[in-house]
Write a protein that binds this ligand. Structure first.
Ligand code: COA
Ligand code: MG
Length: 289
């Protein structure tokens, strides 16, 4: 997918045409049109049709968010029908409850069967921590498939799977199992060279808590966060925009290397900057929009 990576991904239940329309104007960089957990079992067919009509009506819009669809997981038997309804209109597919890179490969084959062509047309984002098995097989997501463009994590389904009564302690911090899931997804995304996307903040009226969690995510190396409510988008976009100081610093580093072609290391304001600094600076500038 071309252009800067999204900062914000907004979930919208595919069954809800009103929310789909509102989401277009939410400021989110990407919509996650959800056929999975926010749609009741008996409403899947109707949700597919609503999603398909929404995609058909809006893929041609000029200024709009990316339009991705979260399908039902591979164990449900619903995934192929989900894909048949929304491809090739959808620009990306989110796979929930992925157990390993093999699941990403299976989904990629199914995308191709449903009309996907080359790896640049329809990307895959995997939710890589919703099953205990996924955590044990995290390294399999590295080099899983050229369509893989992002990894994210989720606490709800993992908590159900392991029988945890809460994902957070009394202070609001994630408990051990969930911190492990978050950190493994972050590291695996970077090992795979794909976008690290932080999970949702469910308490959508708690603006301070969201801002804190988004800032922590940006600090740690996530470059985006998912949202469940339009009111969360502005804070998320702000948290993942590089600061003016970071932009100035990155520009100075790139300029210093441009002025010294072939140099592996240069001096800048009395400091040594070398290749890791240049790569980080280029990543910062690639995020400008
Ligand atoms: N996308 C687009 N619009 C949304 C939205 C979303 N995710 N969440 C809320 N809105 C809209 C509402 O429709 C409402 O608009 P309206 O007053 O014009 O009807 C407005 O924003 C304010 O909503 P609010 O009353 O604050 O929330 P709510 O009680 O209507 O909805 C949720 C709360 C949690 C049900 C809703 O935010 C939601 O469906 N979120 C996504 C859930 C989801 O996809 N989960 C799966 C992934 S975890
Ligand atoms: Mg779920």
């Amino acid at each position: 997918m071309d252009g800067p990576s999204p900062r914000s991904y907004l979930f919208v239940p595919a069954i809800d045409g009103r929310k789909l329309d509102k989401a277009l104007d939410s400021g989110a960089d990407c919509l996650l049109i959800d056929l999975e957990d926010s749609v009741a079992a008996g409403a899947k067919a109707e949700a597919r049709e609503t999603a398909r009509q929404f995609l058909a009506a809006h893929v041609g819009d000029g200024e709009r968010p990316r339009l991705y669809v979260r399908v039902n997981d591979l164990g449900t038997g619903l995934t192929a029908d989900d894909l048949a309804a929304v491809l090739p209109l959808a620009e990306g597919i989110m796979l929930p409850k992925a157990n390993s890179g093999a699941d990403v490969q299976t989904l990629a084959s199914m995308i191709e069967a449903a009309g996907g062509r080359d790896a640049d047309d329809i990307g895959i984002i995997a939710i890589a921590t919703e099953t205990p098995l996924a955590l044990l097989q995290m390294s399999s997501f590295v080099d899983a498939h050229p369509r893989l463009e992002g990894l994210t994590w989720g606490a709800e389904d993992l908590g159900t799977a392991i029988g945890a009564s809460s994902a957070r302690d009394a202070s609001g911090a994630f408990t051990g199992p969930f911190a492990l899931a978050r950190n493994l997804a972050l590291i695996a995304a970077h090992a795979a060279g794909v976008q690290a996307i932080d999970s949702i903040y469910a308490d959508f009226r708690d603006e301070a808590g969201l801002a804190r969690e988004a800032a922590d995510a940006a600090r740690d190396g996530f470059s985006a966060k998912m949202a469940i409510h339009p009111g969360q988008i502005a804070a998320i976009n702000a948290a993942f925009a590089p600061s003016p100081e970071a932009i100035a610093e990155a520009s100075a580093i790139v300029a210093a290397f441009d002025a010294n072609p072939g140099a592996g290391v240069v001096g800048l304001d009395g400091r040594m900057v070398d290749r890791p600094h240049l790569l980080r600076a280029q990543k910062v500038l690639a995020r400008l929009r």
